[in-house]
Design a binder for this molecule. Structure first.
Ligand code: GAL
Length: 692
């Protein structure tokens, strides 16, 4: 019977052409923890000592060759992998698996000198140069060809090597704003394809009748200039789509190439979680996504006077909830072990903070965590960057000690805890999705209408509330299935079309609960206003018409009243005209529209649609609306103070305190403390098991 099931599974894997992401990691490991090492920076006689120490500290893998193209291909077409072979062998001696990298962020000097056309150009016409990193253009076919040639050699060499567990492509691949002539050519080709070679269709999409912007052929189109503040924003929208695609295609092609040789090795890349850049998750060949995260770099995004040593309480949580839903599995490729070198001010982290971040990553459901980096560099741009060991190469830093503690804690839990998805029913009952599409930010950014508007900030007001509720949150795309979520939030989703609105309507009718917020569905996918009453794409869904919207001065907030409470707002307010059957939850208190609705709710089929037409000043209204909704739906929620988060995985509750005061957590009935104490100090962690 079991053999038959395995066979069916195998056939399914073969048919889908991939192993499921989950199968790359073993659930029993909980998480693997590793560390970056650059063998090319250190005397070879020290490698063994370093790997031995890594292993002693508890690391299970290391990470090689991220920026080593010059050492891997010192002359064009001449490859040298011998040094890397020796490093891999020594790491294996200490039972350290290896993540191999493609080195494409640092092309060697021979390449830039012989083929300067591969270099990135900025808008002012400055050509980037050798001597730093990330100076090659993803749009250059020649650069791609040379990069792929080197990667193919590397993949041939290491693809069948069981000591290599997986691959990281490039380094923090970003969307390039590149004015290399090849990028311009690429943009035109992209547009030809998008518009089926029909320039009239492009003119209509970009509204070029306005200001005589009309084009006669695709060859007349250039890259939009950021220096021109009134640049056609429909064009900018398409340009950003193109630019994101350039990065995504480059990564996807690298991945497919490696997969031709790789036997049972995964491929990912290490994105910076710049959510609005729009490329994360856009390379379908990748096995899963991973991110990099730095928590303290000077700005005080934390709580209290010394919060800048602990960091923003939701910074890791948000990244977890954004990356995990893309493919189910995710990892963190870089997490700082101590001071960094690149912040405006680079403080020491608060004692315990490094361990707090590690547990934060783990709490979100990650499979691995890697830290940047093992040794503090003695030369180069990152001299002041802490490592797991200091400048002498042997003294373990405070962050290194916290890593060791975390790894020891994880190991002590292995074999003692439940399976990954074992989570309590009340936690699962408040599962909520937030619909995210970076194109909304791109579009609103060009026409914010109020300088205080911030699309991500608007979304964060809802996110912060959900985390205070102790809710598991998934950021999902509009294409993903909405039905697993009792509540779906659609925040400021400006670009929409009829099909999307129909999907939302069907979700609500079948029993889902939608929370739609201001600025949603006001434009089509090209960023044009439909020839219909403003905002009317969703009138039938929300049960409201919109009379108009209004904006207030930043220092002169207005007031919205819900029940007996008052809430402040400035940035955006829509004055609603509800249809029969739509219930008013909040009204404007002031101005010439005092008494008119700002927040409404209605039943639709078996579900509900709540419409929040205002963006509040401090998120208090958003919290009150969600509380009222969840209460009405009988969804049990917590009320954690800002700075305290809690998640469940593997039958464990994990409570994290980013606050500046101790927090006493009331353990659920029957729970048993595994780590820490109910009284959680600043940067403290409480782990309990609720499985009896
Ligand atoms: C990251 C980057 C690493 C390293 C690190 C320093 O953004 O990916 O290569 O430069 O910053 O903190």
């Amino acid at each position: 019977m079991i053999r038959k099931q395995l066979l069916t599974l195998l056939i399914a894997c073969l048919l889908t052409g991939s192993l499921s992401a989950q199968s790359w990691f073993e659930e029993k490991d909980l998480t693997l923890t590793g560390v970056y090492y650059y063998p090319e920076h250190w005397d070879e006689s020290q490698w063994e000592r370093d790997f031995r120490k890594m292993r002693e500290l508890g690391f299970e893998f290391t990470h090689f060759a991220e920026f080593a193209w010059a050492q891997l291909e010192p002359e064009e077409g001449v490859y040298d992998f011998a040094w890397l072979d020796r490093a891999v062998a020594l790491a294996a001696k200490y039972d350290l698996k290896v993540i191999m990298c493609t080195s494409t962020a640092t092309p060697p000097v021979w390449l830039s000198r012989k083929y300067p056309e591969i270099l990135l150009k900025d808008e002012q016409g400055i050509t980037l140069d050798h001597g730093a990193r990330q100076h090659a253009s993803f749009s250059s076919p020649l650069y791609r060809k040379l990069a792929f040639r080197m990667i193919e050699k590397l993949a041939e060499h290491y693809g069948n090597d069981a000591r290599i567990v997986g691959w990281q492509l490039d380094n923090e691949p970003a969307v390039q704003f590149d004015y290399n002539p090849k990028a311009e050519q690429g943009f035109r080709d992209f547009l030809r394809e998008q518009y089926d070679n029909d320039i009239a269709a492009l003119n209509a999409a970009w509204g070029t009748a306005f200001w005589s912007e009309v084009y006669r052929s695709f060859d007349e189109i250039t890259l939009p200039k950021r220096a021109q503040m009134f640049m056609n924003h429909h064009q900018i929208l398409d340009y950003r789509r193109f630019a994101a695609k350039q990065t995504n295609d480059f990564l996807n092609e690298q991945c497919l190439l490696i997969k031709r040789y790789a036997k049972n090795q995964w491929v990912t890349t290490n994105y910076i979680p710049n959510y609005e850049e729009g490329h994360i998750g856009g390379s379908p060949a990748l096995d899963f996504q991973s991110y990099t995260r730095y928590m303290v770099y000077g700005d005080n995004e934390g709580i209290g006077r010394r919060g800048y040593r602990v960091g923003n309480p939701l910074r890791i949580a948000f990244a977890n909830d954004f990356f995990r839903p893309i493919q189910g599995t995710y990892g963190v490729m870089e997490l700082q072990p101590g001071q960094v070198n690149w912040g405006a001010i680079n403080p020491q982290p608060y004692p315990g903070a490094v361990r707090l971040w590690l547990w934060s990553v783990f709490a979100g459901g990650s499979d691995f965590i890697c830290t940047y980096r093992y040794r503090q560099p003695l030369y180069g741009t990152e001299q002041y960057h802490y490592g797991i060991v200091g400048t002498d190469g042997v003294t373990v830093t405070p962050g290194g000690e916290e890593y060791a503690q975390f790894m020891q804690e994880i190991k002590s839990l292995r074999g003692r805890v439940a399976e990954r998805e074992k989570k309590p029913a009340d936690y699962l009952a408040r599962r909520t999705a937030i619909l995210f599409n970076h194109e909304n930010s791109w579009s609103i950014e060009r026409q914010p209408q109020n300088r205080t508007w911030n699309t991500l900030g608007h979304i964060e007001k809802y996110y912060r509330t959900l985390k205070a509720f102790g809710a598991p949150v998934d950021f999902i795309t509009e294409k993903q299935d909405l039905t697993p979520y009792p509540v779906v939030i659609v925040p400021a989703y400006q670009l929409a079309d009829k099909e999307l609105v129909e999907r939302w309507t069907a979700y609500a009718k079948q029993g889902g609960n939608l929370v739609i917020t201001c600025r949603t569905a006001q434009k089509d996918r090209f960023g044009r206003l439909p020839e219909a009453p403003f905002g009317s794409m969703i009138f039938d869904l929300t049960g409201n018409e919109m009379e108009f919207y209004d904006l207030l001065l930043p220092d002169e907030p207005g007031v919205v009243k819900m029940g007996n409470n008052h809430y402040r707002w400035n940035t955006w307010g829509e004055i609603l005209r509800p249809a029969k059957g739509t219930q008013v939850w909040a009204t404007f208190e002031e101005e010439f529209y005092a008494g008119k609705p700002a927040v409404t709710t209605r039943r639709l089929g078996r579900g509900t649609v709540t419409y929040v037409g205002v963006d509040s000043t401090d998120g208090a209204l958003e919290k009150a609306v969600l509380k009222r909704l969840y209460d009405a739906l009988h969804i049990p929620v917590l009320d954690l103070p800002y700075g305290v988060t809690m998640e469940y995985r593997n039958g464990m509750g994990i409570v994290l305190n980013y606050g500046d005061k101790p927090y006493r957590f009331e353990l659920p009935e029957g729970a048993k403390v595994l780590l820490g104490d109910e009284e959680i100090p600043t940067a403290g962690v409480l782990v309990f098991s609720f499985v009896k």
